[in-house]
Design a binder for this molecule. Structure first.
Ligand code: NAP
Length: 345
């Protein structure tokens, strides 16, 4: 980094040549912010967290200025970014020709792509993931951080073949590793935000509530407050790219069993929230078939293999120990957002 700054100084500030090089002379503000970080998904949870972390960290905010993109710059999340001094460009990931301009002058990238569940999920996400890193490579980006996920089909030795929304992220990770660009990966756990939406407790008719899935009550999920904490796992990478080159950081606070999750919900809501393990065929009947197959395989994979394999607890603890600040506990998450309970039928 020092070398980079020194080179910039010599090329653009010849009047500083007489300043003794050691101890390091003070840098002008515009020299310090000489690096450009491009953040994808900045109007969403993961990318939004990365932006907030960089803006609020004294070292990162003095080193990096931030460029983001959105399909709709008029949306409130995009406006808020602009008000904070973040560059906001209007762009669509699927417009490959527009990608070159996003990476122009960029030093580092945080890339995440959204999962859209339909017949094209895998093809679309692979095409987006590949197009992004190809354009970043062509533009000479020095460091590429990608939000990945484990290869469910491969790790389960073909037992769970429908987790293609996970598999595709692992395939993009493999592709990125094949390119001559410095890269690092962050693999997020299950989002705490899921319990405010798709996994919200539903009333069962007797005044109690239930969270339902196909896994045993003892199955443990690595839980992440994606909107608050993703940046805590990405910041160490931006601070020391060489250290993280080729590594996967696992992003979550800790493992919570389904029983532990509903206990926290009960304690925080004052209502009885139970975990309800449903037979696979019953669970599937509540969802469109394509999504049901994917969710069931994803959950059973986590039950049988652990989200990141048999060493999940250990590797998560190692990532948390390196994180840039304490990640949010489930208790703190519900204190902040409240426990959302679906209203009666
Ligand atoms: N839910 C979980 O438990 C979980 C766990 C692990 C991983 N994940 C993964 O997390 C990813 C989603 O991340 P997130 O929750 O942080 O996202 P999010 O909050 O849903 O936000 C999506 C972001 O993607 C941007 N985006 C979507 N389509 C775009 C396009 N065509 N062009 C440009 N930008 C586009 C959106 O920008 P604009 O709308 O402003 O254009 C927005 O910033 C998914 O891939 C999912 O598989 C989820």
């Amino acid at each position: 980094m020092r070398d980079h700054i020194k080179i910039n100084r010599r090329s653009i500030r010849t009047d500083l040549d007489f300043v003794p090089y050691f101890p390091f002379p003070p840098l002008l503000a515009e020299e310090k912010m000489s690096k450009l970080l491009v953040v994808f998904g900045a109007t969403g949870q993961q990318g939004g967290s990365v932006v907030e972390t960089v803006l609020n960290d004294p070292q990162l905010s003095s080193e990096y200025r931030i460029r983001t993109l959105t399909r709709d710059p008029s949306k409130p999340a995009a406006q808020k970014l602009a008000q904070k001094g973040v560059e906001v460009l209007q762009a669509d990931l699927d417009d490959v020709a527009s990608l070159e301009r996003l990476f122009r002058g960029a030093n580092a990238v945080f890339a995440v792509t959204e999962t859209v569940h339909d017949e094209q999920t895998k093809a679309r996400d692979y095409a987006r993931g590949k197009a992004l890193v190809d354009a970043a490579s062509a533009a000479g980006v020095e460091f590429y951080i990608y939000s990945t996920l484990p290869a469910i089909t491969k790790i389960s030795n073909n037992r769970f073949k429908h987790g293609e929304h996970f598999d595709v992220k692992a395939e993009v990770e493999d592709y990125i590793r094949s390119l001559p660009i410095r890269s690092a990966f962050v693999s997020p756990g299950s989002f705490m935000q899921n319990f405010l939406g798709m996994m919200v407790p539903v009333p069962v008719g007797d005044g109690t509530f239930a969270v339902s899935s196909v896994v045993t009550p003892e199955t443990r999920l690595p839980m992440l407050d994606a909107a608050a904490d993703m940046g805590k796992f990405v910041a160490p990478m931006l601070l020391d790219p060489a250290k993280y080159q080729g590594r996967v950081v696992h992003a979550a606070t800790k493992l919570y069993s389904m029983n532990e999750i509903v206990k926290v919900m009960s304690d925080k809501s004052g209502k009885v929230v139970k975990y309800n393990q449903l037979p696979v065929n019953v669970f599937k009947s509540f969802m469109p078939p394509l999504v049901a197959d994917r969710v069931v395989d994803m959950m059973l994979y986590i039950q049988d293999f652990g989200c990141w394999g048999p060493e999940t607890e250990k590797i998560l603890a190692a990532s948390v120990a390196e994180a840039h600040g304490e990640p949010t506990t489930l208790e703190e998450f519900f204190d902040k957002h409240g426990v959302h309970l679906q209203s009666g039928p």
